[in-house]
Design a protein around this ligand. Structure first.
Ligand code: XIL
Length: 363
């Protein structure tokens, strides 16, 4: 398939990034991407193309720190699919061009999810239509970015034990239409459209050792992955989102390590794909909150980086200037949330030190 044909606008916007990059010569912090690369790991962040286009200082920080860009929103169905027959690739193409201009990988997020649906999709979702909707979508989208997207979250958040199926799968509209076979169907479509992309199954709620539903979800996840691997489903990786909460004890210990080792034993790679640390409920001034947040990063990474199968760490945003937590998890005192390694002024925080140290000590 080769590279997508990028619009003139996408290429011009990406070219402008180069200018921003050189204006930001005095880097405030060693490159996390470069340090992670020493142990063969890829560090990156989720971004929106407009952030890079409108904010040259932020773009320069991203260029300096990231070896991979994840599409925070522009590759979801509601962004790509204005209508049942139509595709809108402009924003995703711009992100692809930006990644290329920076020499960064592009991480595709996500081919199937039960959220971020365009308004027209529910009406089209009959059992008969679902299969061809999935196949066509994945063929067009993964096919367009074949050779460009290094890895895809193929199916996102498909496990929900509260839905009470014995296999633990979420009773999503995809599952209602097609049964559990929609998962193998999606992976096979992705493999055939983008044979060189790594294909991941992504979910949240696998991180904490002292949260019983998460511990149980690990068991559910292992059983599903084992079954699919046994059936020859082309899954390459488990993606653990890593949305952490600084108001909980950072219980990332033997349980998490054992779970990661069990995933690795199935022959899978492991990616941390949406790392951030929610400080919504942490009391105190910014310095204290930053210390608690950094401790959470450090303890999580301590467990995670000990597992050689962990190949990527991606934060969900890079700077507090652009964090979805500001909208979804605002602080009651009205102060700005501080979940990411760089602050609102693009200065490195103690969380950035924690990442640096974790990558430095990794082997
Ligand atoms: C979030 C984005 O960060 C927001 O900008 C958007 O409004 C909603 O989605 N799990 C996922 C991500 O897999 O796609 C979500 O991203 C955060 C939770």
């Amino acid at each position: 398939m080769g590279r997508p044909r990028l619009s003139r606008r996408a290429l011009l916007a990406a070219a402008a990034l180069g200018a921003g990059g050189s204006a930001f010569a005095a880097t405030p912090f060693p490159s996390l991407a470069r340090i992670a690369a020493r142990s063969g790991r890829v560090f990156g962040a989720a971004v929106e193309p407009e952030q890079l286009e409108r904010d040259p200082a932020f773009a320069a920080l991203v260029q300096d720190q990231c070896a991979s860009l994840t599409a925070e929103n522009v590759m979801k169905w509601d962004a790509l699919r204005p209508g049942p027959e139509t595709f809108a690739f402009d924003r995703a193409d711009r992100l692809a061009a930006q990644a290329r201009a920076m020499g960064a990988q592009l991480y595709g997020h996500c081919l199937l999810w039960h959220e971020a649906w365009p308004a027209w999709l529910p009406k089209e979702m009959s059992a008969g239509a679902a299969r061809s909707l999935i196949e066509q979508h994945i063929q067009r989208v993964a096919g367009r970015y074949a050779g460009v997207v290094t890895a895809w979250d193929v199916v996102n958040e498909a496990v929900e034990r509260n839905d009470r199926r014995p296999d633990g799968l979420r009773v999503s509209p995809w599952l209602k239409a097609l049964g559990p076979d929609y998962v193998p169907l999606a992976f096979e479509a992705a493999r055939s459209a983008a044979p060189r992309a790594r294909l991941a199954f992504a979910d949240y709620g696998l991180e904490y050792d002292d949260v019983s539903w998460m511990v149980e979800k690990r068991g559910t996840m292992l059983a599903l992955l084992k079954r699919w691997k046994g059936e020859g489903v082309p899954i390459d990786a488990l993606a653990i989102q890593g949305h952490l909460d600084a108001s909980r004890p950072p219980s990332f210990g033997a349980g998490l390590r054992r779970f990661l080792a069990q995933v690795a034993d199935l022959g899978l790679e492991i990616y941390v794909t949406e790392l951030d640390v929610d400080d919504q409920k942490v009391v105190g001034d910014p310095a204290r909150r930053d210390a608690v947040v950094a401790d959470c990063y450090a303890r999580f990474l301590d467990a995670v980086m000990a597992e050689p199968a962990v190949r990527r760490v991606t934060t969900w945003g890079l700077s507090d200037r652009y964090s979805s937590k500001a909208q979804f998890s605002p602080r009651p005192d009205g102060a700005k949330v501080r979940p990411l390694p760089f602050d609102d002024g693009l200065r490195p925080k103690r969380a950035a030190d924690a990442l640096q140290r974790a990558f430095d000590h990794a082997r």
